[in-house]
Design a protein around this ligand. Structure first.
Ligand code: MG
Length: 257
């Protein structure tokens, strides 16, 4: 597939003096400079789940706060957004070490994460993100593969994704349980590329969280950030995003789909 510039986006960042431009040619040029690749030929789009396909981050923030409080751990909603994308058990190990000075093993962290999962399950079902289904249809019809790469271990939400997104399959799904090293390391997105049998210069990552953007960038995929949460755009640019857009409709326009 060949990506063409979309004139509607050309004025997007004209008022910004400090942030890179969101213009397509510039984005690809910067991407090639960053990676040293000679070309960019997209064949697969790797999607994060929470905050990209599912509007689930507000619920996650509440569930994190409530569940960790029950273990004497103070975790604010801002902490939940700042650590989004990491494996839940890794976040818990870090919080316990920082606040209680204890090193806990995987089993204890998993037990605490199970409580977070229970709290999450008690909240109303999150909505599918606006334009997520339409974007995946357009990507599919453009001949690109679709893969999901999430740090989540929330099986009910992952199952909903499989049920409600026609283009999502188990064969093209990487979850917290498939990789040892989670975001911000590149391993999850590299695992997604392997599932699609594509190289980094053939891959687009769509992410919403700074740690997830860092993972996509470290994997050398062209990394699109969609800022669907409360963080400033600069948090996503600073994480290394190749472009920062406001929502999935803008992703569609950016890719000229
Ligand atoms: Mg996310």
């Amino acid at each position: 597939m060949e990506i063409q510039p979309n004139p509607q986006l050309l004025s997007r960042d004209d008022n910004s003096e400090t942030l890179p431009s969101g213009k397509l040619e510039g984005v690809i040029k910067r991407y090639l400079e960053r990676t040293g690749f000679r070309e960019f030929c997209p064949k697969a789009v790797l999607f994060d789940m929470d905050g990209v396909l599912m509007d689930s981050m507000p619920n996650h923030a509440i569930a994190w706060q409530r569940s960790m409080a029950s273990f004497g751990i103070n975790m604010s909603k801002d902490d939940a957004y700042a650590t989004e994308g990491a494996r839940g058990v890794d976040t818990i190990k870090r919080m316990v070490k920082a606040q209680q000075g204890r090193d806990i093993d995987e089993a204890e962290a998993q037990m605490m994460y199970d409580e977070k999962t229970r709290q999450f399950g008690m909240l109303p079902k999150p909505q599918i993100m606006d334009f997520a289904l339409q974007l995946q249809e357009k990507i599919h019809h453009a001949g690109l593969q679709i893969c999901i790469v999430t740090g989540s271990g929330q099986r009910p939400l992952i199952n909903r994704l499989l049920e409600e997104f026609p283009r999502v399959t188990r064969e093209r799904l990487v979850t917290a349980y498939d990789v040892k090293n989670g975001k911000p390391l590149p391993d999850p997105y590299l695992a997604g590329m392997k599932k699609c049998d594509v190289e980094p210069w053939e891959t687009i990552v769509v992410e919403n969280a700074p740690l997830g953007v860092m993972s996509g960038v470290a994997s050398n995929a062209l990394t699109i950030a969609v800022n669907t949460g409360p963080l400033p755009d600069s948090a996503l640019w600073d994480a290394g995003a190749d472009v920062v857009l406001a929502n999935l409709k803008e992703v569609c326009e950016f890719m000229s789909l």
